[in-house]
Design a protein around this ligand. Structure first.
Ligand SMILES: [Zn+2]
Length: 333
C-alpha cells in the first residue's frame, strides 16, 4: 500500500469519525472483506425486483392518507466539513476540509400539506451543538451550523408555513438525521418500528454516540410502521399514497429508504445512509475515506450488502436515487 494511502486511512480514521465508531462499540468495523457487490448486469432479468407501480404495492400497517402529489424540494439541512476533501469527496486537497450535506426532501401534496423526508440538523442543534450533538461529532464532522440550513428555516424561506409540514419520514434517527424533529413538534413522525425500538426503554450503550435522546425529548408524535409490504421486493410500509418506507438494513437496525412515486417521472428513492455516495450504484467508486467510514458505521454487514444489492437493481431499473450525505444531488422534480 502506498504511503499516501496509509496516511489517508489514518487521517480519515482519526479525523472523520473514529470516535463515533469507538462510541459504537460492537459495531462491525473490520474491512477484511472487500465487499464486492454485484454490478447491475449481474442481476438483470431478476423479475422479482422489477419496478412496481404504486397500485401494485402491498401495504403495511401505517395510517393510510390519500393525497395528491405536487412537487419536491431538495433541502440541505446541515453542511458537514470533515477532514480531507480528496478522501471524502474524491476531489480537492488531502488536507482540505471536505464538504458533505444532510440531504432532506420536502414533498408537497395537493391539500397544501407537506411531508419532510429526514430532518438533518435543527435549530436547537445550532443553539447547543456540543450538548445536542456531542463534542466528538462537532470536532470530527465540523458542522457549518448555518442558521439558514435547518429545515424549518428553509421551509419558511420558501414562503411555506412550517405548520403545513404535517408529517416527517425518517430513514433513521442518527443525530444528523433527527435534529430537526423538535422544530416540527406537531408533525407525525413515520419510521420503522424496528428502529424506534432502539430508543426505548434504554438506549443501547454501543449506539450512545449516534442516537441522541436530546433530539426527541420534546415527545414526537411517533408513527412506527411494521414493514409488512412485499411489493417492492423488500419489506415496506405505506405512509401515504406516494410515500413508502422500504427496509434498507445494515447501517443501523431498522434503517429504511423512502420511496416516492412521481407521476410521469418514475420513482425517487432517498436511500438515507445505505450508501454514502450514489455514484457507486452507477458503476462509480465511493471515495476511499468515505468508503472506510461507511464500513465503520454499519451494524450488520450481511444486511448492508443485501440492501446495496437491492439498490443496484433499483438503479438498473431506472429508479432515481439520492443519499443523505452526497454533496452533489440531481433528480427530476
Ligand atoms: Zn447520516
Amino acid at each position: 500500500m502506498l504511503a499516501e494511502q496509509c496516511l489517508a486511512i489514518a487521517l480519515v480514521a482519526a479525523q472523520v469519525g473514529i470516535a463515533v465508531a469507538a462510541a459504537s462499540q460492537g459495531v462491525s468495523g473490520g474491512d477484511e472483506d472487500p465487499d464486492v457487490l454485484p454490478m447491475p448486469q449481474d442481476v438483470h432479468g431478476d423479475t422479482q425486483f422489477r419496478r412496481c407501480r404504486a397500485d401494485e404495492l402491498a401495504f403495511g400497517s401505517t395510517r393510510r392518507v390519500r393525497v395528491e402529489f405536487m412537487g419536491i424540494h431538495h433541502l440541505n439541512c446541515g453542511t458537514l466539513r470533515p477532514a480531507s476533501a480528496r478522501l471524502v469527496n474524491g476531489r480537492g486537497g488531502l488536507l482540505e476540509r471536505a464538504r458533505l450535506a444532510c440531504n432532506c426532501l420536502l414533498v408537497e401534496h395537493a391539500a397544501g400539506e407537506y411531508t419532510l423526508i429526514d430532518t438533518g440538523l435543527g435549530t436547537l442543534d445550532l443553539a447547543d451543538p456540543v450538548g445536542r450533538l456531542g463534542q466528538e461529532f462537532v470536532r470530527r464532522c465540523g458542522p457549518a451550523l448555518d442558521p439558514a440550513e435547518p429545515a424549518v428555516a428553509q421551509v419558511a424561506a420558501l414562503g411555506i408555513d412550517p405548520r403545513r409540514v404535517t408529517s416527517i419520514v425518517l430513514t433513521h434517527h442518527d443525530l444528523d438525521h433527527a435534529g430537526g424533529l423538535a422544530d416540527f413538534p406537531w408533525a407525525e413522525v413515520h419510521l420503522s418500528s424496528a428502529h424506534l425500538s432502539l430508543i426505548a426503554p434504554a438506549l443501547d450503550a454501543r449506539l450512545a454516540g449516534r442516537l441522541r435522546p436530546q433530539q426527541w425529548r420534546h415527545g414526537p408524535l411517533w408513527r412506527p410502521a411494521q414493514l409488512r409490504g412485499r411489493g417492492l421486493g423488500r419489506p415496506s410500509a405505506q405512509v401515504n399514497d406516494r410515500i413508502h418506507l422500504v427496509a434498507l438494513d445494515g447501517h443501523i437496525e431498522g434503517h429504511c429508504g423512502v420511496m416516492i412515486t412521481r407521476p410521469g417521472l418514475g420513482p425517487l428513492l432517498h436511500v438515507g445512509d445505505a450508501v454514502y455516495d450514489t455514484r457507486v450504484l452507477r458503476g462509480g467508486r465511493t471515495p476511499l475515506g468515505l468508503a472506510v467510514f461507511e464500513r465503520l458505521m454499519r451494524t450488520d454487514r450481511r444486511a448492508w450488502r443485501e440492501s446495496r444489492a437491492w439498490l443496484y437493481r433499483q438503479v438498473a431499473e431506472g429508479v432515481d436515487v439520492l443519499c443523505a450525505h452526497e454533496r452533489d444531488v440531481s433528480f427530476s422534480h
